[in-house]
Write a protein that binds this ligand. Sequence first.
Ligand code: CTP
Length: 424
Amino acid sequence: MKKYLDKLPLQLKRIIRQAQAASVSLGMPAYLVGGSVRDLILGVKHFDLDMTVEGDGLFFARQMAKRLSAGLVIHERFKTATLMLPGDLKLDIATTRRESYPQPAALPQVSPGGLPDDLARRDFTINTLAVNINPGQDHQIIDLFGGQKDLAAGRIRILHALSFQDDPTRILRALRFSCRFGFRIETATLGLLKKAVKQGCLACVNPHRLRDELILLLKENEPFKPLRELSRLGALSCLHPKLKVSRGTQTLFRLAKQQLDWFAKNFPRRRALDRWLVYFALLLAPLSRAQIKRVIDRLSLRKGEVKRLLGYYRQRSKIIYVLSRKEVTADKIFSLVEPLSYEAVILLKTTVKNKYLQKHLLEFFAVYNGMRLCVGGHDLGCLGVLPGPRYQKILAKVLKAKLNGQVNGRRAELVLIKKLAAEK
Ligand code: CTP
């Protein structure tokens, strides 16, 4: 394993050195584990670090947070912690544990356990590899379930026959990893996966867990592939019985990717988009508004996400109607599009071909979005206009004039507010 560790970027090496020091001073053996060992061996460029500690993982995490001056989020129930490091890097630290499932699809009951227990509770063999990072250890890979062989063969394999019943989100995970790495789901595993889908196991999962796993899938580089596989297996019915993906969905996903990349490249200073939300809306596109609302409610998406999605569905027809015309004033474009989220605008650009609408939305992003006045309340106050509805009306009129190119710069805006303020 040393050859892989030596190749790590400096920041990761520094984190591992600090973990070694913490491990020695606290007398708690620490391991690199799961996805990070898998990704290290596969030569993946950017990945988060997962560590597991024999002892008190939370105490270890607090020490590490101090050593690395990192932000810390503790998940008390599962005795896990996440350290937020510069460069959007995350370090997950857990206590080695045993898990048992009181009933299928329920949250696992967690009890103390050693490293072998901790590896045995995991989803797929390729995620069961560990490396003892303590100094004096030879950094040999600990491989209790044949993970290295499966990794080399490109194979997704579960550890025991009830794995998908215990945790049906592994159905999504199997397809996600299989599509991400181009791995094959091993025959017996695929048989058990299909059986679990047929038994409707996904319908029993807590909707929050289903949501989180679905979001992870939609965040993949190419989310369409695992969705298509889920659809073929009939597994999307856990979201809605009528939900299926088609050729049309595939085309929309491809167009959305182009739009999202275009936005990221051309507007790097604007907010980074939640790409998964765009794909989620496209996935739900074949459903009616009422059906979509039911899916959104069931998954209990976060408030901001619901607001962005519902805003899009609510305004979509009106915006298409108005912006598909050749001549639309800038202030009209602004008043319709500015209240929408960027994700909604990208959805419109993705799903509507009309050339005028495309042009108006491009103008919106390039020119009108976020347009502010150079004059403000203070200037109106100097002119003797008291705060109130008239105040807002005057500023709205100046903004309209600015959007439509009738005033340009603070001086021209001042002339206009003077004129408007003088009107009775
Ligand atoms: N895990 C599991 N069953 C789950 C979720 C997670 O067994 N339902 C285990 C796996 O061993 C996994 C580890 O917990 O490797 C960490 O979970 P997560 O961060 O979701 O997975 P990664 O393998 O790190 O995947 P990714 O590269 O997508 O972050």
